[in-house]
Design a protein around this ligand. Structure first.
Ligand code: FAD
Ligand code: SIN
Length: 532
């Protein structure tokens, strides 16, 4: 297989909010190549609904936002990272507005909504429930005309190039069948590949969110951290034959309530904040209610809103429900929890540096500790713009470096990809589905030792995926799901307590004495140690 070669100052892998914001910062000093494995705007950012949490309203203060973020994080937040998020957030949002972002207003002022675990109305939104799409639009409009930025869509990063302990670019599969191989040499590489919802069979995440980033980083030798903390959103639409679709928390913020099959509001008994309790609590309460009642009928009820309100406030959700035969203002909406967000990821400091020199990470793939054990609603888009800029600013420092990828390294990678592989794409698709279902059943909202051991056994049987060499995105995604699932399972088995989004029915309490720590997964231990 032949390959092409490209040299740039900076490589950004990912074109969501974090990658784009990093690229805009980097383009101030050098050439940037931005990769997306699908269309440029395809990623979680594009689908973000509820909004961006930011302390800009008259009755809010940065310290309140800080306190709410820390409380949601259940004692595991990095305080400095939280401080940065809440203090730099307003500046980044004002910059976005300056660049043309349009957020909804009420009486001429920004319109702030309420979401779970926020003590104030502080979530700004765009076109009702299309906040992410607006941010993506504005960042792309800013980045695309920039002469220093080159975009490559349908460019799937296979692995990072690492030479003498330094990340010096990436190896990429480009285009559609027949694919081309591209070796990109860069002085600094920023990983902004987003989340890992597709590790689970039930998820709000788009198809591209297959946890490529943690897998790629781990294989390259970078450390992962807090991988046990996966957030499950309580309210995804749940209807046979209908794709899992998020029903924004903002709907509960506006007064939507949850009901069981008998029409009872079971959240009133579950938590003082009822439907607006933190997400992990609402998700577990739904599962508990399903087990208790023996019925999986759980509904979001918006029928009491004034006529026209749902359609006006949540137009995208309203239209989607309609497409699937549901009138959001008249019908009870069937819901269940779904894998939504990865708190853990590639260990990075507050300037995006990972443990691998030359590699930076930002956005959902990164773990600065800003979300601790559980992310506060609508803090992720904010994280993307705040830490995306910081990662870009800090990677600029490598402009003066020179890197050379040795030909022997490239030849070895090409050779690996062209080695004969007798696994068919059909078999790979089945293995992927098996992993997703197994992770949902055993490493999901409620975990225990037996389930985690079963997950280990299944992953061990599928360990051939780690060695798979088929140069096809579907196969490479299955390989990445395998690595990321193995890391999540390992971390979940290690943490013998319950905290934030990680709940062990065999260790149902928090254990502050032993577990106010972050578990790092070091690549040096190798994949085998994750499955031992
Ligand atoms: P993404 O936006 O997911 O972008 C990832 C990029 O990486 C894509 O360009 C993709 O192509 C690329 N990529 C991935 N793997 C590879 C590879 N191997 N090679 C090349 N490119 C690759 N958060 C909020 O704060 N507020 C909300 O209202 C909100 N609503 C949400 C609603 C939904 C349905 C979902 C799924 C999430 C929501 N979130 C929300 C979370 C938030 O949207 C995400 O955490 C955030 O957008 C992630 O941004 P990102 O830039 O890190 O990644
Ligand atoms: C939502 O709109 O409920 C998603 C918000 C988030 O993930 O922060």
């Amino acid at each position: 297989m032949n390959y092409e070669f490209l040299k740039t100052d900076f490589l950004v892998i990912g074109s969501g909010v974090a990658g784009l914001r990093a690229a805009i910062a980097l383009a101030e000093v050098g050439d940037v190549v931005v990769l997306a494995k699908s269309a440029l705007s395809e990623g979680s950012t594009e689908y973000a609904q509820g909004g961006v949490a930011v302390a800009l309203s008259d009755d809010d203060e940065i310290v309140f936002h800080e306190q709410d973020t820390l409380r949601a994080g259940d004692k595991l937040c990095d305080r400095e990272a939280v401080r940065i998020l809440v203090t730099e957030g307003p500046e980044r949002i004002e910059e976005l507005i300056l660049w043309g972002a349009s957020f909804d207003t009420e009486n001429g002022k920004l319109w702030f909504s309420l979401e779970g675990a926020h003590s104030r109305r502080r979530v700004i939104h765009s076109h009702g429930d299309s906040t992410g799409a607006e941010i993506e639009r504005v960042l792309l409009a800013r980045a695309k005309p920039h002469e220093n930025i080159t975009f490559l869509d349908h460019a799937f990063t296979i692995d990072l190039l690492v030479h003498e302990g330094l990340c010096c670019g990436a190896f990429v599969l480009v285009g559609r069948r027949p694919f081309r191989l591209l070796c990109i040499e860069a002085k600094a590489t920023v990983l902004a590949t987003g989340g890992a919802g597709q590790v689970y069979s039930v998820t709000t995440n788009p198809e591209v969110a297959t946890g490529d980033g943690p897998a790629i980083a781990f294989r390259a030798g970078a450390e992962l951290v807090d991988m046990e903390f996966v957030q499950f959103h309580p309210t995804a639409l749940y209807k046979r034959g209908v794709p899992t679709f998020l029903l924004s928390e903002a709907m509960r913020g506006e007064g939507g309530v949850l009901r069981n099959a008998k029409g009872e509001r079971f959240m009133l008994k579950a938590h003082p904040q009822a439907e607006l309790a933190p997400r992990d609590i609402v998700s577990r309460a739904i599962i508990t209610e399903i087990h208790r009642s023996g019925s999986d009928e759980i509904y979001l009820d918006l029928r009491h809103f004034k006529p026209g309100f749902v359609q006006e406030r949540f137009p995208r959700i309203y239209e989607t429900c309609l497409k699937f035969g549901l009138r959001a203002d008249e019908d009870l909406l069937p819901v269940r929890p779904a894998a939504h967000y990865m708190m853990g990821g590639v260990r990075s400091d507050n300037n995006g540096s990972s443990s691998l020199p030359g590699l930076f990470a930002c956005g959902e793939v990164a773990c600065t500790g800003v979300h601790g054990a559980n992310r506060l609603a609508s803090n992720s888009l904010l994280e993307g713009i705040v830490f995306g800029k910081r990662a870009g600013d800090s990677a600029k420092g490598l402009l003066g470096h020179s890197v050379t990828v040795p030909k022997s390294l490239i030849r070895a990678l090409v050779h690996r990809l062209t080695m004969h592989s007798d696994i068919s794409l059909g078999e790979i698709a089945r293995a992927k589905r098996q992993m997703q279902e197994m992770m949902w059943e055993n490493v999901g909202i409620i975990r225990d030792l037996a389930g985690l051991e079963h997950a280990r056994a299944v992953l061990s049987e599928l360990a051939y995926l780690a060695e798979m060499t088929l140069p096809d995105p579907a196969a490479l995604e299955a390989r990445n799901i395998f690595y990321t699932a193995a890391a999540i399972r390992f971390a979940a088995a290690e943490r013998t307590e319950s905290r934030g989004a990680h709940f062990r029915s065999d260790f149902p309490s928090a254990d502050d004495q032993h577990w106010l720590i972050h578990r790092t997964i070091s690549a040096e231990r190798g994949l085998d140690s994750l499955l031992a």
